[in-house]
Write a protein that binds this ligand. Structure first.
Ligand code: DGL
Length: 253
């Protein structure tokens, strides 16, 4: 492994492609390997032990390509497996958490709605974050939502129905912000903006990409020359998920 090695990204499925896009924008010369564990998605309704086992396997797939850094482009897998992976690996491991901190720093007197998977919201990492920044937070686990993105549904009746039902629960409350605490949900920004005009949507993607860049800089591991690129891999049906990843990589957010 050296500065010319690729950077590995993984998620339970296609959601992490939203993070990858920000990283490519910041680090255009780098080579990226993206692994979606679509076969085992969703992670967010599984137990912590199962998520840890699956995330460790996903990381091992990328490590077999000798990656120089590992991005856990998944809030759920970060909560369950980041500490274990960091303890085991000598390369930088970058994880994610719902962007509750920036949302609460921008607080204007209303509520901050946090949407994430059930597993993210019940794990210690989020509870600690919420203890610090969650005074005005409303927390809503969204089982079933990532499946719509995995099916390529970024708009349309099923998605609108799901989101409308969730938002109806908060009708009459002033929402200052919505935190998209799952990387899949970042692809739903357009639909959410339609339903909640003027309400800022926070996600942790850009912060994660910046952290990756700064860790590579600190370790003097940035690729010095050559052209960058992205390669997608999946544990699921390649004929379904590789084209979906390519599509999401290009979709305007
Ligand atoms: N994309 C993932 C996240 O950021 C989780 C989706 C899932 O597998 O449930 O939490």
């Amino acid at each position: 492994m050296d500065r010319n090695s690729a950077i590995g990204f993984f998620d339970s499925g296609v959601g992490g492609v939203s993070v990858l896009r920000d990283a490519v924008r910041l680090l255009p010369r780098e080579r990226f390997l993206y692994y979606g564990d679509n076969l085992n998605a969703p992670y967010g309704t599984k137990s912590e032990d199962t998520i840890r086992t699956l995330a460790t396997h996903a990381a091992d797939v990328l490590l077999s390509y000798d990656v120089k850094a590992l991005v856990i482009a998944c809030n759920t897998a970060t909560s369950a497996a980041a500490a274990t992976l960091r303890a085991r690996l000598a390369i930088p491991v970058i994880g994610m958490e719902p962007a509750l901190k920036p949302a609460s720093l921008a607080w204007h007197g209303g509520h901050i709605l946090v949407l994430a998977t059930p597993a993210t919201l019940r794990q210690q990492k989020f509870l600690a974050l919420s203890e610090k920044y969650g005074e005005h937070a409303l927390v809503r686990p969204c089982a079933g939502l990532m499946e719509l993105v995995e099916a390529g549904e970024l708009e349309g009746g099923r998605l609108r129905g799901y989101l409308t039902a969730v938002l109806d629960e908060y009708r009459g409350m002033q929402l200052d912000a919505v935190v998209l605490g799952c990387t899949h949900y970042v692809f739903l920004k357009r639909e959410l903006a339609r339903l909640l005009p003027g309400v800022p949507l926070f996600d942790g993607n850009e912060g994660t990409a910046r952290r990756l860049k700064s860790l590579l800089e600190q370790g003097d591991m940035l690729r010095a020359e050559g052209e960058g690129g992205v390669t997608f891999m999946t544990s699921g049906d390649e004929a379904v998920f590789l084209p979906l990843m390519e599509r999401l990589y290009r979709v305007p957010v």
